[in-house]
Design a protein around this ligand. Structure first.
Ligand SMILES: Cc1cc2nc3c(=O)[nH]c(=O)nc-3n(C[C@H](O)[C@H](O)[C@H](O)COP(=O)(O)OP(=O)(O)OC[C@H]3O[C@@H](n4cnc5c(N)ncnc54)[C@H](O)[C@@H]3O)c2cc1C
Ligand code: FES
Length: 284
C-alpha cells in the first residue's frame, strides 16, 4: 500500500461513491466533523470532503463523494489502486462531542455521509440519537443501514414518497416533536436551503441547531478568506472556525449567493471546454 492509494471503492448510487484511502497520518488524528482536501493532478482543483470513517490500525480513511461537477466526476471515475496527488488533513475544527441528552442528526443527500461520523460519536458519548435522513428519491438515499445502527430512533423522508415518509426533513422533525420527543440539540448537514429551514424550525421549537457549512474553499487553512461566512453578524472562516457552527444566526442567504458565484465556470469545466481553453489573462 502506498500513501494516497485507493484501497477500495464502492458505488453507493449512480453518482455517489465511497473511497477507502491509505493515509495513515490522517487516520491517526481524525475526529468527527473534520474534512480533508483531495486533488488530482498538479493543476487539479482542491476539493474539500468530509472524513466519514478512519482506522488508525489499518492506516485508512473513508470518504463519500457525490459527482456534481468536473473534479468530483473525475474522482468518481478513479478505481482501486489509483492514487490521489494530494490528500491533506485532517482540517477544520472537530464537532464538540459531549452529552447533549437527545440529539437529532439531520442529513440531506450526500450530507447523510457527512452527518454519519457525528451520529456515531454522539452515540458513543451516551446521547439518545434520533436520525432524520432525507433524499429526493429512494435510489439517492445512502448509508441507511449504517445510520440505523447508530440511532435510537430513525426516520426517512423522500421528496417523491418512494421510501419512508413523503415530504421533507422539516416535516419529520415537526412530527417527532409532536409525538413527544424532547430534542436538546440538532446537527444538520445538507443543501443550504434545507439547513436554513431546518435550523429556523429547530430554533422555533427550542432545539439548539448546529449546521455544517459548505462554502467554496481553497487552501482550507484560514489563509485565503475564500470560505468566509457570516455567523452572529461576524465574519468567520468555515475551514478553521467550522465547518460546524451554532446555527441560530447564520446568514444562509449570503452563503447561497457565494456558493453560486462560479456557476458558469463550473458548467464550462463540466462540459469539457476547459481542456482546450487557453487562458488569455495577462497576454494583452
Ligand atoms: C467542509 C466541506 C465538506 C464537504 N464534504 C463533502 C463530502 O463529504 N462529499 C461530497 O460529495 N461533497 C462534499 N463537499 C462539497 C464538495 O467539496 C463540492 O461538491 C466539490 O468541491 C465540487 O467540485 P466540482 O469541481 O466537482 O464541482 P463544481 O462544478 O466546481 O461545483 C459544483 C458545486 O460545488 C461547490 N464547490 C465547488 N468548488 C468547491 C470547493 N472548492 N469547495 C466547496 N464547494 C465547492 C460549488 O458551489 C457548486 O455548487 C464538502 C464541502 C465542504 C466545504
Ligand atoms: S479556504 Fe481559505 S480561508 Fe478557508
Amino acid at each position: 500500500m502506498t500513501k494516497n492509494e485507493i484501497i477500495n471503492k464502492t458505488d453507493l448510487s449512480a453518482s455517489i461513491s465511497e473511497f477507502e484511502i491509505y493515509a495513515p497520518l490522517i487516520a491517526r488524528s481524525a475526529k468527527a466533523g473534520q474534512f480533508i482536501i483531495l486533488r488530482l493532478g498538479e493543476k487539479g482543483e482542491r476539493v474539500p470532503v468530509t472524513l466519514v470513517d478512519w482506522d488508525a490500525d489499518k492506516g485508512t480513511i473513508a470518504v463519500i463523494i457525490q459527482a456534481v461537477g468536473k473534479s468530483t466526476a473525475d474522482f468518481n471515475a478513479m478505481k482501486k489502486g489509483d492514487k490521489f496527488d494530494t490528500v491533506a488533513g485532517p482540517l477544520g475544527a472537530p464537532v464538540e462531542i459531549k452529552k447533549y441528552g437527545v440529539a437529532a442528526v439531520v442529513g440531506g443527500g450526500v450530507g447523510i455521509a457527512e452527518v454519519y461520523p457525528i451520529a456515531r460519536a454522539l452515540k458513543q458519548a451516551g446521547n439518545r440519537v434520533i436520525s432524520v435522513l432525507g433524499a429526493r428519491s429512494k435510489d439517492l438515499l445512502i448509508l441507511e443501514e449504517r445510520m440505523a445502527r447508530m440511532s435510537d430512533a430513525f426516520v426517512i423522508t423522500t421528496d417523491d414518497g418512494s421510501h419512508g415518509l413523503k415530504g421533507m426533513v422539516t416535516d419529520a422533525v415537526k412530527s417527532l416533536v409532536r409525538q413527544g420527543e424532547k430534542i436538546d440539540a440538532g446537527f444538520i448537514i445538507g443543501p443550504v436551503p434545507m439547513m436554513k429551514f431546518t435550523a429556523k424550525l429547530m430554533k422555533e421549537l427550542g432545539i439548539k441547531p448546529y449546521a455544517s457549512l459548505n462554502p467554496i474553499m481553497l487552501d482550507g487553512t484560514g489563509m485565503c478568506g475564500c470560505c468566509r461566512v457570516i455567523v452572529d453578524g461576524k465574519v468567520r472562516f468555515a475551514c478553521v472556525d467550522g465547518p460546524m457552527f451554532e446555527a441560530s444566526n447564520i446568514d444562509f442567504d449570503n452563503l447561497m449567493l457565494r456558493t453560486g458565484e462560479y456557476k458558469q465556470e463550473e458548467k464550462l469545466a463540466l462540459e469539457g471546454l476547459s481542456k482546450d481553453h487557453k487562458c488569455k489573462i495577462g497576454l494583452h
